[in-house]
Design a protein around this ligand. Structure first.
Ligand SMILES: [Zn+2]
Length: 596
C-alpha cells in the first residue's frame, strides 16, 4: 500500500492572476506591449540575414529571441483570456481581450517570414541548422513536413485568393444557412423558435416522446434543405480532392489531414478498422441501457436517455482529497504537481455569475504553473472534471523543461494525462465505493463518453472516407444519404431501431464541412489513453517510467516516435484492441449490476 498523502484543505476560491499581471491597470501591462513591439521590430530588422548561407549560431540565436518575444506575448494573451473567463461580463476584460488578439495577429503576421523562409530552404542547407537546434528540432521539422505539398508562391497566392470566395465562402454560407434555423418543439414550455443547442437538450429528457420529437424536429428542418446542403458538401469534397490530391499530391483525401496530425495513414486505417470490429461492445451497452430505461429496444432517439442518477454529493475538500489520493497512488510526483496548482492559487473552483461555464486548464509558458478553471458543484461529474483538468496541468508541468514551441503535446496526444487522470479516479472510486447507484453512474458516464468520443467519431470518419470516394465517382446527394444510412446500420447492428430521418444526419455535422477528417483525432486520443491504461493494468510498476516519458516529452517529438520510445506501437492492431478491452470491462461491470 502507498502511504496516504497529507491532505491540506484548500479553500474553494477565485484564482489569482498576479503571476501574470496585477490587473488591467498594472503598468507592467503597457510596458509588455511596448517591449514586444520593440523586439519584434528588432527581429524584422534581421530579415536580410536569412539566406541559405546563414550561420548556425545566428540561426539559433534568432530562434531564441523569437521564443523570448513569443513567451511575453503568451503572458499577455494568457492574462487577457483568463481575466475574461473569470468574469465574462467585465467590460475591461472584454476590451483587453480585443486589444491583445489584434496585437497578437499583427505580430504573428510580421514574424511569418521566418517560417516561410524555413519551409522553403533546400534540405542541404536546412540539415546543418537542424543539427544545432536542440529542443527546437521537432518544431522546426514539423514546419518542413509540408514542403513537398507546397506550391510555388504565385500558385499559393492564387489558391488563397480564390479560397476566400471559393471553399471558405461555401463553409461560411453553410454556417449562415444552418445558424438561422429555428425549431418548434411541441409539448414543452417555451419550445417555439428555439435554437439547435436549446433543442438538443431535450434528447436527454426522461420522457421518450419528447426525445423522439426533438430529433424529428431537428431533421424536419434540415431535411427541407437537404438537397442544397448536400450539394454544398459535394462541392467542398470536390474542392478538397482538387486541391489536396490533384494539386498538392497527397496520396488520398485523408492523408492531407493525417500530415497535420503527423500520424501515418496506416495508423489511422488500423485504428478505424479495429474500432469497427469492436461494435459489439456498444451493442451490448445499448441493450443494457434499454433494460435500465424499461424499453424492449432503444430507438436511435434514445441513446442519450438518462438512467436515474444517484444524488451523492462531494464537498470540495473531499473531492480534492480523492483526486490527490488517486494521483498519489499512481505516482507521488503527480500529486505534488497537482497540488502546486492549489498552492499557487491558480485554481478557480467557485461558481459565480458571469464566470465562464465548464472547465479547462490553460498553460501559458514553460515554468509557469498552469491555471485551472472549474465550476465545482459537488456532483461526481465535478470530481471527474477536477481530475481531468489537473491531469492536463500535470502533463504541462512534466514537460516544462521544454521550450514554448515544444512543451505542449500535439492534438492526438493532448488528452493523454487528463483522461488517464480521470481513469485513475474512476478506478479508485469503483474499487472503494459501496453505494451501487454511484458505481452505476460512474460506469454509465464513462461508457456514454466513450461512445460519443470514440465510436460515433470513428463512424463519421468512415463515412467521410466513403463520401470522398463516392463524390469523385459522381454520386448524387441521395446516394450519399443511402451510404450514410448503411454506415449507421453497421454501427448499431440490431441493437437499435434506426429511424429513417437519420439518413440526413451528415448534412447536420459542421465538422465534416469545415475541417474534413478532423473527427478521428478525438477517437485517436481517447482510445490511446484507454490502451495505455490497459497496459498499466497489465504491467503495473513497469509501465510507469514509460508513461512518464510520454508526458515529459510534451510536444518535442513526433507522436509516433514519442510513443515508440515509450514502447508503444500504434501501428499494431493489438495496441488499439487493448483500449476496447478496457471498455469491454466497463460494460461487463455494468452488466453485473442488477437492473432496478
Ligand atoms: Zn481535456
Amino acid at each position: 500500500m502507498n502511504p496516504s498523502p497529507s491532505k491540506p484543505i484548500y479553500p474553494k476560491q477565485r484564482w489569482s492572476l498576479h503571476d501574470l499581471f496585477a490587473g488591467v491597470d498594472d503598468p507592467a501591462l503597457e510596458k509588455a506591449f511596448k517591449s514586444i513591439e520593440k523586439d519584434v521590430k528588432a527581429l524584422e530588422a534581421q530579415r536580410p540575414m536569412f539566406t541559405p548561407k546563414i550561420k548556425p549560431a545566428d540561426f539559433l540565436a534568432f530562434i531564441q529571441k523569437l521564443e523570448a518575444v513569443e513567451r511575453r506575448a503568451a503572458r499577455l494573451g494568457g492574462y487577457a483570456e483568463l481575466f475574461f473567463t473569470e468574469d465574462t461580463q467585465n467590460q475591461a476584460a472584454q476590451a483587453i481581450v480585443g486589444r491583445v488578439s489584434q496585437f497578437g495577429a499583427e505580430i504573428s503576421n510580421r514574424l511569418l517570414f521566418f517560417s516561410l523562409w524555413w519551409k522553403d530552404l533546400p534540405k542541404e542547407n536546412a540539415d546543418p541548422l537542424l543539427k544545432v537546434a536542440g529542443d527546437y528540432t521537432y518544431w522546426l521539422q514539423q514546419i518542413r513536413l509540408f514542403k513537398p505539398h507546397t506550391l510555388s508562391e504565385p500558385e499559393e497566392k492564387i489558391v488563397n485568393i480564390k479560397n476566400v470566395t471559393g471553399a471558405s465562402a461555401l463553409t461560411t454560407l453553410y454556417s449562415s444557412i444552418t445558424n438561422r434555423y429555428t425549431f418548434d418543439l411541441k409539448g414543452v414550455k417555451n419550445g417555439k423558435g428555439i435554437t439547435r443547442g436549446e433543442l438538443m437538450v431535450y434528447v436527454r429528457e426522461a420522457d421518450p416522446e419528447i426525445r423522439a420529437r426533438a430529433y424529428q424536429e431537428l431533421y424536419r428542418v434540415y431535411t427541407k434543405d437537404a438537397p442544397i446542403l448536400g450539394q454544398m458538401y459535394q462541392t467542398l469534397v470536390r474542392d478538397w480532392a482538387n486541391e489536396q490530391v490533384s494539386l498538392r499530391k497527397y496520396k488520398t483525401p485523408i492523408s492531407a489531414r493525417n500530415l497535420v496530425n503527423d500520424i501515418p495513414d496506416k495508423v489511422v486505417d488500423t485504428l478505424l478498422e479495429v474500432a469497427r470490429q469492436n461494435n459489439a461492445i456498444f451493442h451490448r451497452y445499448f441493450r443494457l441501457k434499454a433494460r435500465w430505461t424499461k424499453m424492449d429496444r432503444l430507438r436511435r432517439y434514445d441513446i442519450y436517455a438518462p438512467v436515474a442518477k444517484s444524488d451523492k454529493k462531494y464537498t470540495y475538500a473531499q473531492s480534492t482529497a480523492i483526486v490527490f489520493d488517486a494521483f498519489h497512488q499512481f505516482d507521488p510526483e503527480f500529486q505534488k504537481k497537482a497540488e502546486r496548482v492549489f498552492q499557487e492559487n491558480h485554481l478557480d473552483g467557485e461558481v459565480r455569475k458571469g464566470k465562464q461555464e465548464g472547465a479547462f486548464c490553460a498553460t501559458i509558458e514553460p515554468g509557469l504553473t498552469p491555471w485551472v478553471l472549474l465550476n465545482f458543484q459537488g456532483k461526481s461529474d465535478d470530481v471527474a472534471a477536477m481530475a481531468h483538468e489537473l491531469g492536463h496541468a500535470v502533463h504541462s508541468m512534466m514537460a516544462e523543461q521544454h521550450s514554448l514551441f515544444t512543451q505542449n503535446a500535439c492534438l492526438p496526444l493532448a488528452e493523454t494525462a487528463s483522461t488517464f487522470g480521470e481513469m485513475l479516479l474512476v478506478d479508485k472510486l469503483l474499487k472503494e465505493e459501496q453505494d451501487e447507484s454511484v458505481r452505476r453512474d460512474l460506469l454509465f458516464r464513462q461508457v456514454d463518453d466513450s461512445y460519443a468520443t470514440i465510436q460515433r467519431q470513428v463512424y463519421f470518419a468512415l463515412f467521410e472516407r466513403e463520401a470522398h470516394r463516392m463524390v469523385m465517382e459522381n454520386a448524387s446527394v441521395d446516394d450519399l444519404a443511402g451510404a450514410y444510412f448503411e454506415n449507421l446500420k453497421e454501427q448499431f447492428g440490431d441493437s437499435i431501431e434506426l429511424n429513417e430521418e437519420f439518413k440526413w444526419e451528415w448534412v447536420a455535422i459542421p465538422h465534416i464541412y469545415n475541417v474534413p477528417f478532423y473527427v478521428y483525432a478525438y477517437a485517436f486520443g481517447q482510445l490511446l489513453v484507454l490502451s495505455l491504461y490497459n497496459q498499466y493494468r497489465l504491467e503495473g510498476e513497469a509501465f510507469k517510467p514509460r508513461f512518464r516519458r510520454i508526458l515529459s516529452t510534451g510536444g518535442s517529438e513526433a507522436p509516433i516516435t514519442l510513443l515508440k520510445h515509450a514502447g508503444v506501437d500504434v501501428t499494431k492492431a493489438a495496441f488499439w484492441q487493448g483500449g476496447f478491452d478496457v471498455l469491454n470491462d466497463l460494460v461487463k461491470q455494468l452488466e453485473q449490476i442488477p437492473v432496478k
